[in-house]
Write a protein that binds this ligand. Structure first.
Ligand code: SAM
Length: 264
């Protein structure tokens, strides 16, 4: 998979040389290229921003500079592997594991990192009009200074899903936000007793079916406590009797084929 990142702070992306994503790059699983947007400026000061039309605070990134950069990096929509343009922005759709899974299936992703008050809106309009797929993603309901941290988040999220990046692919299956639609159960390692805190007996029992049931119960209870929105989104058809018992203990009941809080 090829990923291009365009930014005015290329050094910010150096973290992608570390850990599993760094290994994926070295192994050739991820062809990651980081570009300095200022390479597409034409003036002596290498200017990438200007004042906003309509007035107001801050500066806006110029469309002409971004247009030249994306023409080079994104390519044409008719190319063999045209880039899927990803624009981090707090006004975008919230980025989730489903988006990470979809991006992991792409051949070429281009991330355009904004700064200041963001990128002139015509840049995205023009890429869409040229036939490119464009996704504007927010990594959460808060405002960062620039798109670089969001790019790191998204590249790590989809990069680890590429075949061969995570050593044991099974470890991806039961994770939070996976196909089960639940948060992961609590995890423990050695020593079994530590500062008066014991690992739950069932995990030391060697009884696989009981361990699996305990983990499922914990995942359901934890999700109900922390993310009721995820419980409400569960498909009731995928839940067994034991699941419904745990959910009932957490205050959820099935009503007209949907899970609803009892107090609702
Ligand atoms: C200061 S922000 C611009 C905020 C913009 N004026 C607004 O209110 O929507 C500068 C850049 O940081 C990035 N950014 C900030 N918060 C983000 C978030 N929650 N998710 C993704 N990118 C974000 C975007 O690239 C954005 O263009």
């Amino acid at each position: 998979m090829r990923v291009d990142v365009v930014t005015i702070f290329p050094d910010y992306l150096a973290a992608l040389d570390l850990s599993l994503v760094g290994k994926a790059r070295k192994a050739g699983l991820l062809d990651l290229r980081v570009h300095d947007l200022r390479d597409w400026t034409t003036d002596r000061h290498r200017t990438v921003d200007d004042t906003p039309f309509g007035g107001g605070a801050g500066m806006v990134m110029r469309p002409d500079v971004w247009g030249r950069a994306l023409d080079d990096v994104l390519g044409s929509a008719d190319d063999d592997a045209p880039g899927h343009l990803v624009v981090p922005t707090p006004s975008g759709e919230v980025f989730t594991q489903r988006h990470a899974e979809a991006l992991a299936g792409e051949e070429h992703v281009v991330v355009a990192c904004g700064r200041y008050e963001g990128i002139d809106a015509r840049v995205v309009d023009r890429a869409r009009a040229a036939g490119h797929r464009v996704s504007e993603f927010s990594i959460g309901d808060y405002v960062l200074n620039g798109g670089e941290v969001a790019a790191l988040v998204m590249i790590e999220a989809f990069g680890r899903l590429l075949p061969g990046v995570v050593g044991n692919p099974h470890s991806l299956v039961e994770e939070s936000h996976g196909a089960a639609g639940l948060l992961e159960y609590p995890v423990y390692t050695k020593p079994p007793a530590w500062e008066g805190l014991d690992v739950p007996d069932v995990l030391l029992s060697g009884h696989h079916a009981r361990i699996e049931r305990w983990r499922r119960d914990q995942a359901l209870a934890r999700t109900a406590a922390r993310r009721p929105d995820m419980i409400a989104a569960l498909d009731v058809a995928g839940l067994d009797k034991a699941d419904l018992t745990v959910l009932a203990e957490q205050g959820w009941t099935v009503d007209s084929g949907r899970l609803r809080p009892v107090a609702e």
